[in-house]
Write a protein that binds this ligand. Structure first.
Ligand SMILES: C[S@@+](CC[C@H](N)C(=O)[O-])C[C@H]1O[C@@H](n2cnc3c(N)ncnc32)[C@H](O)[C@@H]1O
Length: 413
């Protein structure tokens, strides 16, 4: 017989698990709980994996998804919308406070249910059939999903076809990774980890692509294009490379872009750092000349082509550059009025150091971030360099997950 322990949840940790303390002072993680709840269960390896709720929080709601108990795609569906919004805003303020920065939240824009237009699914073929979905919590096991409250309806409708692809093209040993993106031309699917293409497999894949009306199916780097999988970026249309980064929801992208546009109004020369396929660069080129810098050549080539095919945009130039190893230096930044920066989760420490040291050139930096902790570190550097930080807009594109994105503006002069 194993002993149950009763604990009170103090707060949620960064990954969304409840955090409690035993009387002996041991920290225990308790998934799917909320602050203030009293829970009981067996502690193993510092976790109560299957807690019974003794006293529920007033913020607890019934999760709408039948897969929620198992699927790792969502971790906060048991909290009310108000709770999740407050928790995300607080996690940004907490990360900034840890760097000694006081900040205010301008607002939070939460993407609606069923709005995720880009998702990475996993698929496996086994003796007993195909599984397709997200990984279970804390596990390599794939939860076979048939409904989902985050994915766009077009992605959900394609799951049977994606299962057919897994059945035809997954080996028994490897997991398929399926990156699916919805755009105006339909679904764009990039699959990696599949069996080598043979004429027979190509034929099957082509038949599935046709039946599901996929715009493009990329099989481990070999694209089959039925329609150009364009994405609109302002007045331009871009064909992203297969599996390329795009903001996860159209609503989230619009919220980020609105803040960036407003902040950079009137700027004649803008540099877009970590530009991707041009989410910010191309709309900004309606009113400003833009220099787009990005580490990967393929998205930049797509951005460049999108600019060349569009009408009425100001000049856009591109530069492939590793901004961690070779950030833009002060003399390279001086020719710009304003900066937009949107680094990966690790942030932009090297670039922040260069921006912080600026005495001439840009007076505005619109800073988009997908990680509050690295953002807080970089913000501290900016503020130490004399920049003032505007209130922070929280943009929640990953509803019901612990991810949180922000955009704010640094100003000087
Ligand atoms: C969060 S995404 C933003 C992309 C784009 N701004 C958008 O909104 O679609 C971060 C981008 O940074 C790029 N990146 C990651 N590490 C980089 C590095 N060391 N140097 C330059 N670019 C990098 C990625 O390829 C990706 O396109």
């Amino acid at each position: 017989m194993t002993a149950s322990t009763t604990l009170s949840i103090d707060r949620l940790g960064r990954r969304g698990d409840g955090v409690a303390r035993t009387v002996e002072g041991q920290t225990v993680l308790v998934p799917l709980t909320l602050p203030g709840e009293v829970v009981t269960g067996e502690i193993r390896d510092g976790r109560i994996a299957a807690p019974a709720i003794v006293t529920a929080s007033a913020d607890r709601v019934a999760p709408p998804c039948p897969h929620y108990a198992d699927c790792g795609g969502c971790l906060l569906m048991h909290g009310s919308d108000g709770f999740v919004a407050r928790w995300k805003a607080d996690s940004v303020l907490t990360a900034l406070a840890a760097q000694g920065i006081g900040a205010t939240i301008a607002g939070i824009a939460t993407s609606p249910p069923r709005s995720r237009r880009r998702a990475v699914l996993s698929g496996r073929r086994a003796k007993k059939g195909v599984t397709l979905g997200f990984h279970a919590r804390q596990s390599e096991r794939i939860v076979d999903i048939h409904s989902c409250h985050v994915l766009r309806p077009a992605i959900l409708a394609a799951l049977p076809a994606l299962r057919d692809l897994v059945a035809a093209g997954a080996s028994r040993t490897a997991e398929l990774v399926l990156t699916v993106t919805e755009g105006p031309a339909g679904l764009d699917l990039a699959v990696s980890g599949g069996k080598p293409l043979t004429p027979a497999l190509s034929q099957t894949l082509a038949a599935v692509a046709e039946a599901a009306d996929l715009a493009r199916l990329d099989w481990d780097g070999v694209p089959m294009t039925r329609r150009a999988p364009v994405q609109r970026m302002g007045r331009a249309q871009v064909i992203p490379p297969p599996g390329a980064f795009l903001q996860a929801t159209a609503e989230g992208e619009a919220a980020l872009r609105a803040v960036v546009r407003h902040a950079l109004k009137g700027a004649a020369r803008v540099v877009d750092l970590f530009a991707g396929c041009g989410t910010f660069a191309l709309p900004l080129a309606e009113t400003a000349e833009v220099h787009a810098v990005e580490g990967l050549a393929a998205p930049l080539a797509a951005l460049d082509q999108g600019w060349r095919d569009a009408h009425g945009l100001k000049r856009v130039t591109t530069e492939t550059r590793d901004l961690a190893a070779r950030p833009l230096l002060a003399d390279e930044l001086q020719g710009f009025d304003a900066v937009v920066i949107d680094p990966p989760r690790s942030g932009a420490a090297a670039q922040a150091a260069q921006l912080a040291a600026l005495r001439d050139g840009p007076t505005r930096v619109a800073w988009v971030s997908c990680d509050p902790v690295s953002f807080a570190r970089d913000a501290k550097r900016m503020i130490e360099g004399g920049w003032r930080m505007d209130p922070i807009h929280v943009v929640d594109q990953f509803r019901w997950s612990p991810h949180v994105e922000t955009v704010t503006v640094f100003r000087r002069g």
